[in-house]
Design a protein around this ligand. Structure first.
Ligand SMILES: [Zn+2]
Length: 281
């Protein structure tokens, strides 16, 4: 018999009598919820957690100018071939093309163009928005990104990005109208991602307002005016779901951007100018 077993034996032989709950020594029974390392990490992270919930206008703008609030925008994009493209490299082209896939109504493409052009103008960017017809390569990308499941076709945004990066690299950004539901998430009206410079809209629900919303995502605003809950310095309801600007577009007939989304985009693109290019008119 080893020493260890010899020590354990008496404990097993005499189980602790059950004490009533009011006599339990809480301090010794409940362990500290976090270890030392976790507590240090929490202390370091807490200012950022607070910033994530509440913010002030100058910090908000600083965070966007330095890209701290949109690190996602710097992520490289993987093409179908496996090649990685730097995130957001398309901005050097200063060009966004808008088109519909074959079968998409002309009026829908016109609305998409209108929304995209309007947000570029509102932010004041020197970016050329142009309507084009879908090239064979664009159509081939759509075919490659179409999922077929249970007799239903859906548009796979990820696959489309991967294909387009191989096809056009960072030569321009694009907004495409497709006449299919999305694979993921299936309820999406539109999807947009800054790093590859791609926005896709579902034809059925496309209008200038939706195009402007996705256009803001395409230009780098990856939020919905939901977090931080409150940014001091902008007039808005403190609770996100009480906000008229929750989807970042004000409910007026000009579809104006919400002040915080506008400031974020202007700051973000000012930050981009550190690369020596000018992006404002
Ligand atoms: Zn959105």
């Amino acid at each position: 018999m080893s020493d260890e077993q010899a020590v354990l034996e008496p404990v097993e032989a005499s189980p602790t009598p059950e004490a009533p709950w009011w006599k339990l020594d809480l301090k010794s029974t409940i362990k500290r919820p976090f270890g030392k390392f976790s507590r240090i990490m929490l202390a370091v992270a807490s200012p950022f957690i607070v910033l994530g919930l509440f913010n002030v206008k100058p910090l908000w703008e600083f965070g966007w100018r330095t890209h701290i609030f949109c690190l996602n925008n710097l992520r490289p994009v993987r093409a179908a071939s496996g090649k990685f493209h730097p995130g957001g490299a398309w901005i050097k082209s200063k060009r966004i093309v808008v088109y519909g896939m074959p079968g998409v109504g002309d009026a829908k493409v016109a609305a998409a163009y209108e929304g995209m052009r309007s947000i570029v103008d509102e932010v004041g960017l020197d970016i050329h928005v142009e309507r084009v017809t879908a090239t064979p390569a664009m159509q081939a990308s759509l075919a490659a990104a179409t999922d077929h499941k249970q007799g239903k076709s859906s548009f796979n945004f990820r696959k489309f990005i991967a294909r387009r990066m191989d096809d056009r690299g960072s030569r321009h950004a694009e907004m495409v109208v497709v006449n299919m539901d999305f694979t993921d998430p299936s309820w999406a009206w539109g999807l947009a991602y800054f790093p590859p410079g791609i926005a896709a809209l579902r034809e059925e629900v496309t209008d200038a307002r939706l195009a402007k919303h996705e256009g803001a995502h395409l230009l780098g605003y990856d939020k919905h005016d939901d977090l931080p809950f409150f940014v001091f310095g902008y007039e808005e309801a403190p609770i996100p779901w009480e906000r008229s600007t929750l989807m970042m577009i004000l409910p007026n007939n000009r579809n104006t951007l919400s002040p915080r989304a506008h400031a974020a985009l202007v700051s973000f693109w000012r930050g981009k100018e550190r690369d020596g290019c000018t992006y404002f008119k």
